[in-house]
Ligand binder design. Structure first.
Ligand SMILES: Cc1ncc(COP(=O)(O)O)c(C=O)c1O
Length: 381
């Protein structure tokens, strides 16, 4: 039975998987201990759970558990990675390279660092949303200390050439930070194979709760050092103080374990539903796909509806289907998406674009319903 409204905004956030909820619940009640309490069993039980979660997160991205720093989510991890590296390596240089289509968590952190004296190069993308590796190479200077490029874009799902960026960064001895918030758990992510030095992820994009995330910080070849942004009791090897969110961390670990186990199946199943949705909607003459069709996440499609006022389209669709025009963080902003504009869409087409984000719990029946409804709304407008 179809249950309305439908949820097709899984890039904004995902529902908590019931298995994840079951895993975290005991850590609110009988196992409520503080993971830093070393002298009694309540603390030991909590610490053991955190240790297991650290292993689960590390496994998903091919890291060592000692390289995982738990945070409150990807935004905090991004702030720690970028501000922490900028402060730590300030004697080496002040130049950062990023990309115009990054999430606001990265772009706003860059703006903050610019006020503290950083020089930031914002690399453009082509009309597919992909950055140019030659431009990256020519942007590198002797004082470049950090390259920050996302693995997958949150509005279009477009994948950046992370492996090639990692190779360039390694050859030049520059730290490479990848925002993998949208990619982790959806497609294979391998910090070793890709020479990624820092990477962030977030539980609520992987069928876990809001308020839990992690930063991977490489410990060998090279050892990345960061200046902590939250000081306190020296938790997380001094990189992020504060009592650990044990239920959230347990949930994040469980999310990673489930995603690892189900990834192959989900890539195909969710990818097929996305293709079905896309095929159905692009049958309309004025509907086109924004971004690379070859290099993108399997669960998302961003569609431009030429000639149909985007705000009206969105309002009508949102009566029965939760979709968005782009990032949830900027959904109150009437300005056209900075990501689509960077891909050379004009303001009007950028405003007439909608992101459809499918997920673990999306069904074929829901997809068919969405095709029919969106077609009907679009034709009426
Ligand atoms: C690519 C990307 N980076 C960072 C974030 C921020 O994540 P969080 O909500 O965990 O702070 C998001 C979430 O919207 C995202 O999609």
């Amino acid at each position: 039975m179809l249950k309305l409204p439908l949820y097709l905004d899984n890039n904004a956030t995902t529902p908590v998987d019931p298995e994840v909820l079951q895993a975290m619940l005991p850590y609110f009640t009988e196992h409520f201990g503080n993971a830093a309490s070393r002298s009694h069993s309540f603390g030991w039980v909590a610490e053991e759970a955190v240790t297991q979660a650290r292993e689960q997160v590390a496994q998903l991205i091919h890291a060592d558990p000692s390289e995982i720093v738990f945070t409150s989510g990807a935004t905090e991890a991004i702030n720690l990675a970028m501000k922490g590296a900028y402060e730590m390596y300030s004697t080496k240089g002040n130049h950062i390279i990023t990309c115009t289509t990054e999430h606001k968590a990265v772009l706003d952190t860059c703006k903050h660092l610019e006020k503290s004296g950083a020089e930031v190069t914002y690399l453009p993308v082509n009309s597919d949303g992909i950055m140019d590796l030659n431009l990256l190479e020519t942007a590198i200077r002797p004082n470049t200390i950090l390259i920050s490029i996302m693995t997958a874009n949150n509005e279009t799902g477009v994948l950046q050439p992370v492996k090639a960026i990692g190779t360039i960064a390694k050859a030049q001895g520059i730290i490479f930070f990848a925002d993998a918030t949208q990619a982790a758990g959806k497609i294979p992510v391998d910090v070793q194979a890709d020479n990624v030095d820092m990477l962030c992820l977030s539980a609520h994009k992987m069928y876990g709760p809001k308020g839990a995330g992690a930063l991977y910080v490489r410990r060998k070849d090279p050892r990345v050092r960061l200046v902590a942004q939250i000081d306190g009791g020296g938790h997380e090897k001094g990189m992020r103080s504060g009592t650990l969110n044990v239920p959230g961390i347990v949930a994040l670990g469980k999310c990673c374990a489930i995603c690892m186990q189900q990834m192959n199946e989900e890539v195909h199943r969710i990818g097929a539903l996305r293709d079905q949705l896309e095929k159905g909607l692009t049958q309309m003459k004025n509907v086109t796909i924004n971004g690379s069709v070859m290099h993108r996440l399997p669960n998302v499609t961003n569609l431009a509806f030429a000639g149909i006022p985007g705000n009206k389209l969105l309002t009508e669709i949102n009566r029965t289907i939760a979709v968005s025009s782009g990032s949830a963080c900027t959904s109150a902003n009437p300005e056209p998406s900075h990501v689509l504009k960077a891909m050379q869409l004009n303001d009007e087409l950028a405003k007439n674009s909608i992101r459809f984000g499918l997920g673990r719990f999306t069904t074929a029946e829901e997809t068919e319903y969405a095709i029919d409804l969106v077609k009907k709304v679009a034709q009426n407008l």
